[in-house]
Design a protein around this ligand. Structure first.
Ligand SMILES: CC(C)(COP(=O)(O)OP(=O)(O)OC[C@H]1O[C@@H](n2cnc3c(N)ncnc32)[C@H](O)[C@@H]1OP(=O)(O)O)[C@@H](O)C(=O)NCCC(=O)NCCS
Length: 209
């Protein structure tokens, strides 16, 4: 957890602690683009200051977590799929919203893949909910705004875990989320476990069941 503190998110992430999986966050700071290596900067498609700051913040968090695992400091450039290139014995995932960046890492011997997403808490607009939720999910949702946001974050986290592992593209409706059961299933037959931190920002971690 970084020095830039979010009082609601820190305890929510602590409560999500899982053996062998490190999760951290950082409130994005004005100078965070400065943390990007030249290799990382040239790998990122956007030159917009806000995007660079967010990507820098996420990599600050990831490098802190890797250091805690005893992994030497390394660049984490974006690969062709959009996913960051992790050291060969590590799996991980990054995400950012407008204010906060998060990262998760684990040894590849502990986890085959990880996905994470962060979103500002708050209702998901109705048109987005229609795009994200399957018919079955909508039955459970009853259009509860807070749940819509969780559903969205869960699907993004699942995509980030499955795309690097299986090399497939997933649409929102290719992922079926059971929030009550903390599970998601994908079109290609993967089942994932979901862990949720529900605070001023919503964080969902996805890992293989
Ligand atoms: C991957 C994706 C979901 C990220 O969502 P986003 O809202 O743009 O951004 P987030 O802040 O949540 O995450 C960004 C991080 O995701 C990671 N990421 C990007 N593409 C990735 C991929 N294919 N696999 C794993 N991680 C990926 C990167 O680390 C990125 O951070 P960086 O730009 O600093 O390197 C999105 O960019 C994408 O590729 N979507 C296509 C698939 C999709 O949307 N399907 C429907 C939802 S399942």
């Amino acid at each position: 957890v970084s020095a830039l503190h979010d009082e609601s998110l820190a305890p929510a992430l602590d409560a999500m602690a899982l053996p062998g999986i490190l999760i951290g966050y950082r409130v994005i700071a004005p100078d965070d683009a400065g943390a990007l290596t030249d290799e990382e900067t040239s790998s990122l498609p956007s030159r917009l200051p806000d995007a660079l700051r967010a990507s820098g913040a996420a990599r600050i968090v990831a490098r802190e977590l890797l250091a805690r695992m005893g992994v030497p400091t390394t660049a984490l450039p974006k690969g062709p799929s959009g996913a960051p290139a992790w050291p060969s014995d590590v799996v991980g995932s990054l995400a950012h919203d407008d204010r906060v960046a998060v990262a998760t890492v684990a040894r590849r011997t502990t986890m085959a893949t990880l996905g994470i997403d962060v979103e500002p808490a708050g209702p998901l607009p109705d048109d987005l909910l229609d795009m994200v939720a399957t018919a079955r999910e909508r039955l459970v949702l009853h259009r509860q705004p807070a749940v819509g946001r969780l559903l969205f974050a869960a699907k993004e986290a699942v995509y980030k875990a499955i795309n690097p592992l299986d090399g497939i593209f997933l649409e929102f409706h290719d992922i079926e989320v059971d929030l009550a059961g903390s599970r998601a299933t994908t079109r290609n037959g993967r089942t994932l476990i979901l862990n949720v931190a529900n605070a001023a920002h919503v964080v969902v971690l996805a890992r293989l069941a």
